[in-house]
Design a protein. Structure first.
Length: 322
């Protein structure tokens, strides 16, 4: 038996979350005393695929069918399933990204596998295959024990980290059966924001709420984010008011994130917002209301007017970089 990891590519490139998923899958393979195979779907250069070897993938299956150029949930799930069966993989690992959230349950059903989504730790080594995961929209943790022969794990981004474990991988062209029924719905075009840090992959996030009073005051949020190399985000009321694009809305009904650092500026911390950001490793809150609910979950808090505090932080960062 072996471990299979699906490596998601964007325009022929791999993001940090992919290397993290490979690192995680390699650690599982080592614990199971077996080998790790990666599967890539889409047009990716061999030089890019070789990068996966740095993190422990000893074999890489390369799928380049024209029908699979853009992500198609049902078709990709079928390809991953066929690859798992070909390799005799009883454990399949994916990143719990936007596409991974759709793929993991489909692959689990096709393989008749147990599923853990939102995993944050390696499976236990006490005789049971138990995995710690987030629960209740990130407000708690649960430990799920899988007793099925096949298992599917979707790893939360930024939960495990990247660990180099270099091997020299072999690259093998894989030509799976592509059924017309898997292509009933296809994506014709994907338009991505450019020159911006992707929120799901961001390690640092600077977010603003209604406390900023209007879109004209977002300059300091963007400046702070630029200085930190961070992504920008916002609360739901801000995106609903069209101050910021909905693609920046984080929370229960927006994008769930788990950065290493989340800075919330002028956000009170409604439970729906906390549900989407509570997996952040460190939370910093800046709010002039000392009773703001966000302070109860913050690692660090500053009670003060954002229009006074943030410019001072920006000045200090500039001085430090200078």
């Amino acid at each position: 038996m072996s471990v299979l990891v699906y490596v998601e590519q964007v325009d022929g490139k791999f993001k940090k979350s992919v290397f993290e998923a490979v690192s995680y899958a390699k650690a599982i393979a080592d614990n199971q005393h077996t080998n790790l195979t990666a599967i890539s779907i889409g047009n990716v250069a061999d030089s890019e695929l070789k990068e996966l070897g740095k993190y422990g993938a000893s074999k890489i299956l390369k799928v380049e069918a024209a029908q699979l150029k853009n992500f198609v949930n049902q078709a990709y799930a079928s390809v991953i399933t066929e690859a798992a069966q070909k390799e005799g993989a009883d454990i399949v690992v994916l990143s719990n990204s936007f596409s991974g959230k759709g793929l993991a349950p489909r692959v689990a059903v096709k393989l008749k596998a147990g599923l853990v989504d939102g995993a944050v730790e390696l499976p236990s080594s006490n005789g049971e295959f138990s995995v710690k995961k987030t629960a209740f929209s990130g407000k708690a943790f649960a430990v799920t024990t899988l007793t099925s022969a096949n298992k599917v794990i979707a790893l939360n981004p930024n939960a495990f980290g990247i660990k180099e474990n270099a091997v020299d991988p072999t690259i093998e062209t894989f030509s799976p059966e592509i059924k017309p029924t898997d292509l009933n719905t296809i994506i014709k075009e994907i338009v991505r924001a450019t020159n911006k840090v992707s929120l799901p992959d961001a390690e640092l996030v600077v977010s603003g709420g209604r406390g900023l009073k209007g879109p004209e005051n977002w300059g300091m949020i963007e400046e702070l984010a630029d200085l930190l190399g961070a992504a920008t985000a916002c609360s739901k009321p801000v995106s609903d008011a069209d101050w910021r694009p909905h693609s920046e809305h984080v929370g229960q009904t927006g994008i769930a994130i788990s950065p290493n650092l989340y800075i919330a500026i002028g956000i009170s911390g409604a439970i729906q917002h906390l549900a989407g950001v509570s997996s952040s490793k460190v939370i910093v809150v800046i709010n002039k209301d000392p009773e703001a609910p966000f302070f109860k979950v913050a690692d660090y808090g500053i009670v003060g007017d954002a229009f006074e505090v943030v410019p001072k932080i920006i000045a200090a960062l500039k001085a430090h970089k200078g």
